[in-house]
Every structure is written in C-alpha cells, then in structure tokens.
Write a protein that binds this ligand. Structure first.
Ligand SMILES: Nc1ncnc2c1ncn2[C@@H]1O[C@H](COP(=O)(O)OP(=O)(O)OP(=O)(O)O)[C@@H](O)[C@H]1O
Length: 265
C-alpha cells in the first residue's frame, strides 16, 4: 500500500491557463506528475508543450490557476522563492556558454552559488561528465563538440547538485526536445541516457519531456500526454499509441494532413 505522502503528486497543475496576446495557449489545464513518472508531452507545433515546461520550471507566470510542488503552492516564479524540491531543465538548444569550457559550464552554478572548493567542484564535474559518457571533454569548448555531445553536456549540468545541500539535487528533470536535430544514432544515445539517468542507486527520478520524434517518444515514455487546442486531449501508455481510437492521436502518428488537427500552411 502506498502512503498518502507517496500518492501525493510531486507536481500538480490545477486549472492552469496561459495566453500570449489574444492566443489562448493553455486553457484550464490540470496535470499531476508523480514520483518516478517518465512523462512525454506530445502534440502539434505551437500547442504549448514548451510553455508547460517553462511554467513547471517556474520561468513563466500563469494567467490563471495554481501550481503545487510537493503539495506546497508556488507563489510567483522560481526567482521569487525556492521550491521544496529541485527541478531542473534541459533546454532545446543546449544553452551552454560558448566562452566557457565544458567543465566550467557543468560546474557553473556551483562556482557561483556554493562554498565548495575548486577541487571539490572539479571532482563533481568529472563525475557528472563520466555519467554522460564525456569524461575526457572537460577542457574543450562547446563549439568543438557535436550537437549530440553538447546536449549531453547540458544533461550533466542539469543533474549537477551540491552534495552538502540535499535540496539542490534535482528530483525532476524537464527535457525540451532533447533529440531535435540529431541523427537517429545520436538520438538513441540520448534516449538511453535519459533512461539511465532516471534511475540511480537513490531510486528512480522523475522527468517530463517534450518530443516530436517517434523513437524518442516510444523509448522514453511510460505515460504519454497529447496536448491540442489548449487542453490535454489524451493520456495513455506507449502501447496505447497504436491501439487508441482517439482521432487526434491517430492522425498525429500517421502524419496525415486529413483529420481533426488543423494543418498550418
Ligand atoms: N514569450 C512568448 N510571447 C509570445 N508568444 C509566445 C511566447 N512563447 C510562446 N509563444 C507562442 O505560444 C505558442 C505555444 O508555444 P510553445 O513553444 O509552448 O509550443 P510547442 O507546442 O512547444 O511548439 P513546438 O512543438 O513547435 O516547439 C506558439 O504559438 C508560440 O509562438
């Protein structure tokens, strides 16, 4: 039996609405994310998937509704107060500092915000780079790496935390299209890594991902959510992608221009 605490969602969006100008992007969205969830958000371009990630990360204000982190209502943005659990985001463009080495990028937040020694941070950086299979790249600059390697550096940065500050350890990782623009083999490396990083000796973490790539959706999702018209239209398992009779999901995966999804020309 799960205790009440274990059943409580780590993150809960209640009645969340968001517009940009006159465009209603999210319309009264409810979403619960549980510990250990491997959740992939899908849907046509421009339906608000990245917007949901940015809202969960606390980077974007809501128009209406509430967001609860470990049962605690968030007030304002992440810069207005820390959440009771660590949430980190891997951006679509790896978002590395070009003028810093790989090691300096990965250790950046610890150099800025911790009192760890240079040597301690160096060892942590090396550990995280080893975890993403890039142990020997610390002295290189982002421009010297392939797109897939840059993505992996951004993963290493996202899972970095201060061992003396348990609250800094990210329990939830948000991935925005981590395999966009990568060839199929580089995508497989990233997909495997997402799964490997989810479960460590501490247990299984939680992630929410946005992806358009069929292989990434199928290999990294336990639960799939289809967003369209500002609403969650369908939730199912990967297996159910091929068996559902939901017309939106069927059209999306058959890549057909005919169906309820309006084609933007
Ligand atoms: N800061 C902003 N200002 C104005 N419009 C925005 C802003 N951010 C997003 N939008 C608009 O909101 C809509 C949803 O954007 P979002 O990036 O969340 O969609 P998405 O589903 O992730 O799309 P894609 O699959 O193409 O990445 C788009 O029409 C986008 O142009």
């Amino acid at each position: 039996m799960l205790s009440e605490k274990q059943k409580e969602p780590l993150i809960r969006l209640v009645g969340v609405s968001k517009s940009f100008g006159n465009n209603i992007i999210l319309d009264n969205v409810d979403l619960d994310i549980y510990r250990g969830d491997a959740l992939v958000l899908i849907g046509p371009s421009g339906t608000g998937k990245s917007t949901i990630l940015r809202i969960i990360a606390g980077l974007l204000p809501l128009d209406k509704g509430s967001i609860y982190i470990s049962g605690q209502k968030r007030k304002g943005l992440i810069e207005d107060g820390e959440d009771p659990l660590g949430i980190s985001m891997v951006f679509q463009q790896a978002a590395l500092f070009d003028s810093l080495t790989v090691a300096e990028n990965v250790g950046f937040s610890l150099y800025q915000h911790s009192d760890l020694s240079y040597q301690e941070i160096k060892e942590l950086v090396r550990e995280k780079l080893d975890m993403v299979g890039l142990g020997n790249t610390g002295d290189r600059f982002p421009a010297e790496l392939s797109g897939g390697m840059r993505k992996r550096v951004s993963f290493a940065r996202a899972i970095m935390s201060n061992p003396k500050d348990e609250a800094s350890r990210p329990e939830v990782v948000l991935y925005d299209e981590p395999t966009a623009g990568l060839d199929p083999i580089a995508s497989t490396v990233i997909e495997d890594l997402v799964r490997e990083l989810q479960c460590t000796d501490r247990g299984c973490g939680t992630y929410v991902m946005v992806s358009h790539q069929d292989s990434t959706i199928r290999r990294t999702a336990d639960r799939v959510i289809f967003l369209y018209g500002g609403k969650i239209q369908w939730t199912g398992s990967v297996e159910e992608i091929d068996t559902t009779d939901n017309p939106l999901v069927r059209q999306f995966f058959s890549a057909s221009t005919k169906g309820p999804i309006k084609v933007i020309e």
